[in-house]
Every structure is written in structure tokens, then in C-alpha cells.
Design a protein. Sequence first.
Length: 319
Amino acid sequence: MDSTLPLILGKMQGVFGYVVLGLVVLEWVILVLTRKMESNREGWVNIFSYVLDSIPPIFLGKILIFGTMMWLYEYRLFTLGYAWYIWILAYFVYDFMFWLIHYLGHKVRFFWCIHGVHHTAEEMKLTVAVRGSFLGILHMPLTILGLPLLGFDPFMLFIVEAIARLYGLYEHVNDHFDDIVGKQRWLEVFFVTPSIHRVHHAKNLIYLDRNYGETFSIWDRIFGTFQSEVNDVKPEYGLLNHHINSKNLWQVQVGLWKDLWQDVRTAPGWKNKLRYLVMPPGWNHYDGGKLAAEYREEGWQQLKAKQSRKPVTQLNPSA
């Protein structure tokens, strides 16, 4: 491995950091000047959540993440090298792993208590991209942790991840971005657009648990989790049927954990207690609860009933 790679990686991460900060500040200024900022306080919660999310990787990242990846790389199954097509392959593999870990973040309640912090935001803007949990190190690093075993150099993976996160920042741009460039429907065939990602953040029933990709929309299309934005249904953000105040840092960080603890504490038997950890959000030991698929079906029925009362309409169901 080239000994200059760590230095190059450090410089790239620094550049990306400045780019991210610059874009966030630019959007914030534009929203304030145009009086389209709904809540400055929620933006500060996003920033402080990012700080809390960043502290564990700063102190433990080299040991728990980078150290594990380097150890796995020593036992790699293949030696893939650094050719240009390996970089492209690494990006595709990374993005699929992001889709998978992101999917688990919505389907396993323990992981949802971590990832759900990101979904507490009720206004879409760039700072939402960095709205993370203080326990985020237990979740998203799983995206890249095992990939060195396949033969991908850990430094390559960190660079790929940095590029992908920059793209992910763009996906969280404010809704008013559409006033300038539109919804970019033509890009949805292959890429995740801001419109596609707004669907992911929406609490509208038809949008629940859709669109897990970060860069490419192909994984959602393959696995049946893709949903384009419906013309008649403007995304509404936040958590469904929840009491968490999106402008309160304490509630945002611990609210979902408090609810999980309450369910585990009162559940009869250790099997039910364990199920609350691994079953999807909404599950309960009484009757199985009401999960996202049932909510979506209910939402589509409501929308179709509403559409049937209109003289002219156009539905845009999931692809």
C-alpha cells in the first residue's frame, strides 16, 4: 500500500468537511433571506446531534473501525488492487451495503432507536443529513466494516464513503430546491434524488419505509422498496404518531430508547423482551401491532378514495 494514502485520505476528508460546512451555511443563509426557514432551532438540534454522533468515532474509530478493517484486510479473500474499475465496484458494493444496513435500521427496533434520530426532523434541509445519534457508531459503520474481507482496501472504502456522504448531503436539500430544478424524475431511474429521499423521510402513510438507497435507486427497485413522490401527496416529515419534540435535543436523542425500555420492562417473559429489540417498530406482544406495510395499504386506500372524488387526477404508485 502506498504510504502517502493516509495523508491523501486526511486531506480529502478535510476538503469534504469544508465543502459540507460551506453548503450547509449557504443553504441556511438563503432560507433565512427568503424567509423560508421554518425553524432555526431545529437546525441547531441537527448540528448538536452531529457533534454527539461524531464524538465516539473520534475517540474509538481508529481502534474499533479502522483497526478491525485493517485486520480483516489481512485475511481478505481476494486482492482487488486499485484499478479504476475496482473503485467503481467498491462504490456499488458500498452503496448496496448502505441500502442493507439502512433497511435494517428501519426493520430492527434496536437499530431504529439509533437511526430514528435522523427521522425526527420535521423540516428538510442540509443539516438534517448530519442529524445523528450518540450511538451511531453501533449502526452505520457496519456499512463498510466487513468489506475489506472481500479485498477492498480500507483507505479506498473511506474515500468512497466520503464521496457517498457528500452525495447524501445533496439529497437533504430543502424542498424549495424543486422550484429551481424540478423533481428530476429522469434521474430516478438510476439515482436517488432529493425528491426520492424526501419520500424516505416522509411520515405520510403511503411513503413509510420506502427508498433506502444513498446514491443509487436500483436497489430499491430490485427489492421492491422504491416509491416515487406522488403529485397529490406532499411529504410531511417527522415520526409517525409520536410525542418527540424535534426541537428538543434530549428528546431527539433518548426518546426512542425510553419507549423501547418501557416496552421491554413491561413485556412478559424474556422471549417477548428480546422480540422488542429485534422486531420492527410498531410490533407488540399483544396482537403483533401495526407495521409499516399495513399503514401503507391503508394510506393507498385513503388516497384512492380521495382521488375517486376528483374529476381529473393522476396517481403515481410505487414502481
